[in-house]
Design a protein around this ligand. Structure first.
Ligand code: TRP
Ligand code: SF4
Length: 437
């Protein structure tokens, strides 16, 4: 008979997802489960519950389904080797690009330079060789935008503008700044918020839903940026018990007049005007009013930002158990790593196997805590049916770690060999992406 524990187990390792429920409760991240059935052809990480949470992803879905403009954006700090964790973000960006999103990728060289002390030359080299080549090799298309923060002056202007709205105490509370923190570190935080909001600049045809695929640890950036997006608005549109309140925030009179005109054009009649404040005293849809007001802001040269949406994926455990860490080379596999070396690391990895062969046969393995199984689940199998089979075989004691590892080592060898070949093709394509070496 199945115990409660066993009921919880499934091929997608749901038990680990439970560790993240704290994030849902504490920070208001929504569970991805609710939204998954509404996606026609969910991406692999979605199907396998690797993406476990989101903020406002419903706006992205709606835009996708109605063929309205939306964007996807994320960034990479060029401070070390790109590994399979980075590849997840890359694949999420590419999937959204294929679904019609305008895709943006930041190489966060300002951050790497300010926070990690990486020289500009090394930032450029790592940016191209580690991140950009792999991104293109995985299928990123030239219609998207890849940029280095330091050379993107629209971005730097926007970062400065956002800094007007961010104060020291709140930013310190998030990032742990203190008196010794370099000013450039703070600037790089603003650059990251600017990365996230940039797809909504008028240059890219204005406000639109933007999704930021990130690891669960990056939520603080998203929250800060969502706050800043609200604060850049000229009006605050809010539902009150019996009316909608539209408060101007230092909005010029001409903006307030334009707002009233547009509301009237849209058929609203019971409009009360105060000095910097408009109330709509009739039944109305908040979202619709907000859109009208946002358009007025944009018409008058304001940003009118929509708070960014986000999706969160869980992390793989390291091959040596515990976290994957760049300071422990045996714990992860780099995308540019020699295939033979990668296969070796797999052969040495910690598995969910039992002490002895006979125990394994009797009790079965524990794929839900096996780094080899995780590698398959996250990266080396596209076939959900196959994953179910491996899961059952392992748990049923029909799969032995030695041969299982060997199979996965072969797959990783093949994957890396092909990926690295694709990277060489990508190198030739760099000019198409506006990257000059
Ligand atoms: N700070 C991120 C990191 O440490 C990199 C980054 C820069 C980023 N800009 C971004 C991530 C915008 C998401 C969105 O890896
Ligand atoms: Fe992991 Fe494979 Fe061993 Fe199962 S058989 S515990 S999946 S290495």
């Amino acid at each position: 008979m199945a115990t409660a524990m066993e009921v919880k187990l499934d091929p997608w390792g749901q038990t680990q997802v439970d560790d993240y429920t704290k994030l849902f409760e504490e920070f208001g991240i929504s569970s991805f489960d609710e939204i998954l059935p509404r996606i026609d052809y969910p991406q692999k990480y979605m199907r396998r519950k690797i993406i476990f949470g989101h903020r406002n992803y419903e706006f992205i879905l709606k835009a996708m389904q109605k063929h309205q403009p939306f964007s996807v954006m994320s960034g990479f700090m060029p401070s070390g080797r790109a590994h399979f964790g980075h590849m997840m973000v890359m694949n999420e960006i590419i999937w959204h690009q294929q679904c019609g999103g305008d895709a943006f990728v930041a190489i966060a060289d300002m951050e790497a330079h300010a926070v990690r002390g990486i020289s500009w030359d090394l930032c450029k080299e790592l940016g191209i060789n580690e991140y950009i080549l792999s991104l293109i090799a995985l299928g990123f298309e030239p219609k998207g935008h890849i940029y280095f923060q330091s050379r993107n002056y629209d971005l730097r202007d926007l970062a400065f503008e956002l800094a007007v709205e961010a104060n020291f105490s709140e930013v310190s509370a998030i990032y742990g700044f203190c008196g010794e923190t370099h000013i450039a570190h703070m600037e790089s935080v603003m650059a990251q918020s600017a990365d996230i909001l940039q797809p909504q600049l008028s240059k890219y045809s204005g406000p639109k839903p933007v999704v930021i695929p990130v690891g669960a640890d990056q939520d603080a950036h998203i929250r800060l940026t969502r706050d800043l997006a609200y604060r850049m608005r000229k009006f605050l549109v809010e539902q009150r018990p019996s009316y909608v309140s539209i408060r101007g925030k230092a909005a010029e009179p001409k903006l307030i007049e334009a707002a009233i005109d547009r509301l009237k054009e849209a058929g609203y009649n019971k409009i009360m005007r105060y000095e910097e404040h408009i109330d709509i005293l009739e039944p109305s849809i908040l979202g619709e009013i907000d859109e009208i007001i946002r358009k007025v802001e944009v018409e008058y040269g304001e940003f009118g930002f929509i708070p960014p949406a986000s999706i969160y994926h869980r992390f793989m455990t390291g091959l040596t158990g515990g976290k994957m860490s760049s300071s422990k080379p045996e714990s992860y596999i780099g995308l540019t790593e020699a295939p033979d070396k990668a296969a070796e690391k797999i052969m040495k990895a910690i598995t969910g196997g039992r002490q002895s062969l006979s125990e394994q046969k009797k009790l079965g393995g524990e794929p839900e805590r096996c780094s080899i199984y995780e590698f398959l689940l996250f990266h080396l199998s596209e076939n959900d049916g196959e994953m179910r089979e491996i899961f059952e075989e392992c748990r049923g004691g029909k799969r032995m770690c030695g041969s299982c590892k060997k199979e996965v080592a072969e797959r990783i060898w093949l994957f890396l060999t092909e990926h690295q070949r694709a990277r060489e093709v990508a190198r030739e394509m760099l000019p198409e992406f506006g990257i000059n070496i």
